[in-house]
Design a protein around this ligand. Structure first.
Ligand code: NI
Ligand code: MN
Length: 222
């Protein structure tokens, strides 16, 4: 199993012949190495409909005959564009062939009228991954960690639109993962952040390993 960082908030998770992609923002992403046509995915998870998250989800889903999993409002938007969708919402859980998905709260806009931004806890075979989406720091991350033994936390550190690196350190303390992957930084000047500094702050205080991935790099989980 491996997790490839696609750039920005985009991650591609592969294992046991299942490919799942989260927030594939490639077109118009100055740091992305892959093009939408390079990606085939069985499942496409979308945290919210801002363009830097919905991104290329619809064309990838249609080209792959993949299933978009998102909140009800975003799923409806994707279905209208011809994608196959499974709508969920905050607090909902459902079993898929790879494992359970829980839609988590995220404190942020949704990019669609009446919607709500989200994150995901994904039990992908034997690993539990928390992709926080675009969010502020919030205390119920601790509750999520009570409900799920989170192995890998994928957290924004860029600030301005989301939590910054020092808030993300607090998030790591609550989530207590083994591994942390920082995302949502450096894509645009307004979210410039230093992931090395984030790593030093986390590893000085918390028993977790920060893995900094450049777009196109992967974390191999065996
Ligand atoms: Ni956003
Ligand atoms: Mn964003």
């Amino acid at each position: 199993m491996k997790i490839e960082f696609l750039g920005h908030a985009g991650c591609l998770i592969e294992g046991q012949d299942v490919t799942l992609v989260i927030d594939p923002f490639l077109s118009g992403n100055p740091l992305a190495r892959k093009k939408p046509g390079d990606i085939r995915a069985d499942y496409i998870l979308v945290t919210h409909a801002h363009q830097d998250h919905l991104g290329d989800a619809i064309p990838i889903a249609k080209a792959s005959d993949g299933l978009i999993i998102s909140t009800f409002e975003v799923a409806n938007l994707c279905e209208k564009e011809g994608a196959r969708v499974h709508a969920m919402h905050i607090g909902g859980t459902r079993e898929f062939e790879f494992g359970l998905v829980r839609v988590t709260p995220a404190f942020h806009g949704s990019g669609v009228e009446g919607g709500h931004a989200a994150g995901f806890i994904i039990e992908f075979f034997d690993k539990t991954i928390y992709h926080a989406g675009d969010t502020s720091l919030f205390g119920d991350m601790e509750l999520l960690a009570d409900l799920h033994d989170i192995d890998i936390a994928i957290l924004p550190i860029g600030g301005n639109f989301t939590m910054d690196a020092s808030d993300a350190v607090e998030a790591v303390a609550m989530i207590a993962p083994t591994t942390v992957i920082p995302i949502h930084y450096d894509t645009f000047p307004v979210i410039k952040a230093d992931p090395q500094e984030f790593r030093e702050m986390v590893e000085a205080q918390i028993d977790a390993t920060v893995v900094i991935l450049a777009p196109g790099e992967s974390l191999d989980l065996g």
